[in-house]
Design a protein around this ligand. Structure first.
Ligand code: SF4
Length: 196
């Protein structure tokens, strides 16, 4: 039986800032995959285009298929017709991805089954860009922005060292589901409560 992902599950996946491979990414600005890739790059995700007919998309080197990717990816975002999804799901399992995600209008029960049996989290018929905006709501901090993830949360404690400063989550002391040194984007944490 299918399991429709909850908002909480999708938020957790996106908040983990997965490395994303966009299968079917196009260099043509009029294509939805191009616009979505642009949004995801602006949001701070590491995005790699996968398309045998492209060499570069939005400044990123394109690869012909998932097996050709030089680095591990977490989330496979599919902009292909449904009949291609089972084969992409097999590749996603083979390369050790954590999630298979198909865009609006792309539904393949067989692809979903293959991915789930391979241990992947599956989201179908949703747009990554729309869900990022809805569930995360802002760009991830740049790698140099180690401070400020929890800056305005009342559970955050500022730790100052001679060389840097960062925020520690005090909820982590009593609840293991909170990272001691969070890496979530601002306000993405379910435990966020503003300072009074
Ligand atoms: S509860 Fe969330 S936002 Fe608040 S300090 Fe902890 S990790 Fe940061």
């Amino acid at each position: 039986m299918n399991h429709a992902p909850s908002d909480e599950e999708m938020r957790a996946l996106l908040a983990s800032r997965p490395a994303i491979a966009i299968v079917g990414a196009s260099s043509r600005p009029d294509r939805p995959s191009h616009g979505v890739m642009n949004v995801l790059l602006d949001a701070g995700y590491d995005v790699t285009p996968v398309n045998p007919n492209e060499s570069v998309v939005l400044g990123r080197t394109a690869y012909p298929d998932l097996r050709a990717l030089p680095t591990p990816i977490d989330l496979v975002d599919v902009f292909r017709r449904p009949e291609h999804v089972p084969g992409i799901a097999r590749q996603a399992v083979a390369v050790g991805a954590r999630a298979l995600w198909t865009q609006l209008g792309v539904i393949s029960e067989e692809g979903a089954r293959i991915a789930r049996e391979g241990g992947l989290f599956v989201v179908m018929n949703h747009c990554t860009a729309i869900e990022h905006e809805r569930l995360i709501g802002r760009a991830f901090p740049s790698p140099s922005d180690a401070v400020g993830l929890c800056e305005t949360c009342r559970h955050a404690r500022l730790v100052q060292t001679p060389r840097s400063r960062f925020w520690m989550c005090e909820r982590a002391a009593t609840d293991a589901s909170f990272d001691k040194y969070p890496r979530l984007p601002r306000l993405a944490c379910r435990g966020f409560e503003p300072k009074s």
